[in-house]
Design a protein around this ligand. Structure first.
Ligand SMILES: Nc1ncnc2c1ncn2[C@@H]1O[C@H](COP(=O)(O)OP(=O)(O)OP(=O)(O)O)[C@@H](O)[C@H]1O
Ligand SMILES: O=C(O)c1ccc[n+]([C@@H]2O[C@H](COP(=O)([O-])O)[C@@H](O)[C@H]2O)c1
Length: 208
């Protein structure tokens, strides 16, 4: 169930995979399962975003994206949530601040693909994000090198854990981040929409 506040027990390590999920796909599953294994996570919450602040395109309606994500995320450790819609947040820094206050005693870790590390310095309060929660970053075709050279990677180079220490990440004090190389998946929501298999194709916001 995606509605209601997800449950968490003090001491758990929970990964947050924020995304448009427009639609969800095997790439999301691949990095989630890898995160659970490598970072020893108790749960991963797929936080279906009301709308990425940097994307001009309007996503499909929340209920549709949530229902489809639930169909993809059939795993006992994955929870699909509408937390950001409940909190009224779209900016990750705000979401994380609210979650850490609401769930004391939980070790949250932010998960994202390499494409998002490349543009992390454009996010609202991005330093605050990096200094609040550890981050797991996953290789994505075309973005591996640019992620390593990204502004965020350069600024926080000293806080990078080697992949061999990934299991310590969730219990580490931020700033701490780890880049995970894995068999990369070229799947993307963009490609699925382009194939016409997802009904939201082509809708644009009047003004970005
Ligand atoms: N194939 C993949 N490999 C690695 N990371 C991925 C992959 N697909 C999605 N992610 C990551 O999952 C998170 C949510 O992604 P999102 O829902 O935007 O899917 P997307 O395929 O990137 O969508 P779009 O093509 O519309 O940008 C992001 O951090 C993204 O980088
Ligand atoms: O906080 C921001 O400024 C910000 C800017 C861009 C993206 N994000 C978040 O990054 C996550 C991944 O977004 P997306 O659209 O690539 O799936 C999602 O949770 C977004 O809300 C957040």
């Amino acid at each position: 169930m995606s509605t209601g506040w997800p449950r968490a027990r003090a001491g758990q390590a929970i990964g947050l995979l924020g995304g448009s999920f427009d639609p969800a796909h095997e790439g999301h599953m691949a990095i989630t399962l890898e995160a659970i294994r490598r970072f020893r996570l108790d749960r991963v919450w797929w936080m279906v975003s009301p709308g990425n602040p940097l994307k001009a395109r309007r996503p499909a309606p929340m209920p549709q994206r949530i229902a489809q994500a639930e169909a993809v995320a059939r795993h006992p450790r994955i929870q699909v949530t509408d937390i950001e819609a409940r909190l009224g947040t779209r900016y990750t820094a705000q979401t994380i601040a609210r979650l850490t206050a609401r769930y004391p005693g939980i070790d949250f870790i932010w998960l994202m693909g390499a494409d998002n590390l490349v543009q992390l310095h454009r996010w609202q309060d991005w330093h605050r994000i990096v200094e609040t929660v550890p981050m797991g970053v996953f290789a994505r075709p075309g973005d591996r090198l640019s992620a390593r050279l990204s502004r965020a990677a350069r600024v926080y180079r000293a806080a990078q854990l080697p992949m061999g220490s990934a299991e310590a990440l969730a219990r580490s004090q931020a700033p701490a981040w780890c880049f995970v190389n894995l068999p990369m998946s070229a799947v993307s929501s963009t490609a699925i929409r382009a194939g016409g298999d997802w009904p939201s194709s082509g809708r644009k916001l009047a003004k970005p």
